[in-house]
Design a protein around this ligand. Structure first.
Ligand code: MG
Ligand code: MG
Length: 281
């Protein structure tokens, strides 16, 4: 899930050992596979409830559990948010249509260690403006992750995302401010907040053992959002479409490692001159 109020968070940053990060990597690889299968199943005519089943089957196959189901009574394994729904949508009997902008956000737990990742998939034929929205959101995520590799403070992640999005040529896109990334480890949502925009605050110092979920959410319209009567689904007030991309990333003595990418982030980070380093156990 994208968003989290302060009240749900632990106040202190949890620094992970290499052994703990390796457990998170296991959860991250299961999650990557579950998202692969859910994304592949996201076709015209399929319900979002079906995607939830596909995702859950992969977790079960690997002995992982969902960190979404039951979280503050959330009823499903994934969040499936369509078009103007930004985050926290419920999988339902909604039938996917040509051109839908679907965000699938999921998580997995192995031996108590969490991973959290989200992707945007455009069903059928993409409106070019929606494709651009998703592409720029995905690049914003990778730029945020690349910034983490070099940065001294958590605030530099949001600076990098904001600087990139603000400078994209063509129609401007908005960075949602109501929902942000977070620390992750023995809980899905931990300190610190990882903002997706420039604030002038440098935030906590980046240290080995820090694991962060970096998850920019961009919109084609205004930044105002509201929560629907189901108390979960977040939509844009003006009905503009939204995109979300998310990875969980570890900082360790040898560098950074993208826990929820099959290749550890090698391909995604290459354009920015960053080479992720796995932990050797
Ligand atoms: Mg998430
Ligand atoms: Mg998250």
């Amino acid at each position: 899930k994208g968003t989290h109020t302060m009240a749900f968070r632990q106040p202190k940053i949890e620094y992970k050992t290499n052994t703990q990060i390796l457990k998170m990597r296991e959860a991250g690889l299961v999650l990557a596979e579950a998202l692969d299968e859910a994304v592949a199943a996201a076709q015209i005519g399929v319900t979002t409830a079906h995607l939830d089943e596909v995702f859950a089957a992969v977790l079960e196959r690997h002995g992982a559990t969902s960190n979404f189901k039951g979280y503050h009574d959330f009823p499903a394994n994934i969040c499936a948010s369509v078009n103007d729904e930004v985050v926290h949508g419920f999988p339902s009997e909604y039938v996917l249509k040509d051109g839908d902008v679907l965000k699938i956000d999921g998580g997995a737990i192995i031996d108590g260690w969490h991973a959290d990742s989200a992707r945007t998939v455009i069903v059928g034929t993409a409106d070019p403006e929606d494709q651009r929205l998703s592409d720029i959101t995905q690049e914003a995520m990778w730029r945020g992750i690349a910034a983490l590799a070099e940065a001294r403070f958590v605030g530099q992640i949001g600076d990098a995302i904001d600087d990139f999005v603000s400078a994209v040529p063509g129609k401007p896109l908005g960075i949602l401010e109501d929902y942000v990334g977070h620390g992750i480890g023995s809980e899905m949502h931990q300190a610190p907040d990882v903002l997706n925009y420039r604030t002038g605050h440098r935030g906590p110092r980046i240290k080995p053992g820090m694991c962060l979920a970096i998850e920019p959410m961009l919109v084609r319209g205004g930044l105002e959002t509201k929560v629907l009567q189901d108390d979960w689904t977040v939509v844009t007030v003006d009905g503009a479409r939204a995109s979300q991309w998310e990875h969980s990333v570890a900082v360790h003595m040898g560098g950074i490692w993208v826990l929820t990418a099959h290749d550890g982030g090698v391909a995604g980070l290459a354009p920015f001159g960053v080479t992720p380093s796995p932990i050797s156990s």
